[in-house]
Design a protein around this ligand. Structure first.
Ligand code: G3P
Length: 222
């Protein structure tokens, strides 16, 4: 494995918009360059282009539609996020669930444009199903722990272990992230020691008084 990926989803938190999004991206860029760990950020669509333009860290969309460019009012196409500078996109986040057909078309659209797909699922069974579609990453996040401040690494390390095994049994090339409640270097280390390629997280960084300090702690045990 190269470097684990720490992917920070800004969701639609007020603390993750506009100037705050820039401040978090700047802190992430600094900590990534100090530590050598890959830190990505998934801002709202509005901030996608400015952040990808100003910062060197990978910037992800929070969702993408698999449809082609054309008459699709209100949809977010892969072409649109690519031209905004995105490195990839979350797909099927717990707060933006999709049908199986939509997940497959989003993964395919991202692959056609050489963008990274991160498919989110709730457990190892859904994770194995997602792996069958050949995304770059599957991210397992138990929904009940999302935003809870209770870390999946500590509350349910078994689901991480089972998910890594289930995903790799289907497709060993698919990388695995885990998330929900991740907040410290210790949480990240447990996740990586259990075989993941990194973590997906939000509130502990986005809502922090000093997001840079939290990011520094997150990479501290790698
Ligand atoms: O996308 C990351 C997420 O759903 C986990 O959120 O706030 O528990 O880190 P949080």
């Amino acid at each position: 494995m190269l470097s684990p990926l720490i992917l920070v989803n800004l969701k639609t938190y007020r603390e993750g918009m506009g100037n705050r999004a820039h401040m978090i991206a700047q802190a992430a860029e600094l900590v990534a360059s100090e530590s050598g760990v890959t830190i990505g950020i998934a801002p709202s669509y509005i901030d996608l282009h400015p952040l990808s333009h100003h910062f060197s860290i990978p910037v992800y969309a929070q969702h993408v539609d698999g449809c082609e460019p054309g008459a699709n009012t209100g949809h977010i196409t892969v072409d649109a996020i690519k031209s905004a500078g995105a490195a990839g996109s979350l797909v099927n986040h717990s707060e933006r669930r999709l049908s199986l057909a939509d997940i497959e078309s989003s993964i395919r659209g991202l692959a056609v444009h050489n963008l990274i797909s991160v498919v989110c699922t709730n457990n190892e069974l859904a994770g194995a199903g997602a792996a069958a579609m050949g995304p770059d990453f599957v991210a397992i996040e138990p929904p009940e722990l999302i935003g809870s401040g209770v870390s999946v690494s500590k509350a349910n390390p078994d689901i991480i272990r089972r998910s890594v095994a289930a995903v790799h049994a289907v497709n060993p090339r698919v990388k695995v992230l885990t998330g929900a409640g991740i907040q410290s270097g210790e949480c990240v280390k447990i996740a990586v020691d259990l075989g993941t390629d990194g973590v997906l997280l939000a509130s502990s960084v986005v809502k922090a008084k000093d997001p840079g300090a939290v990011l520094r702690d997150l990479v501290s045990k790698l």
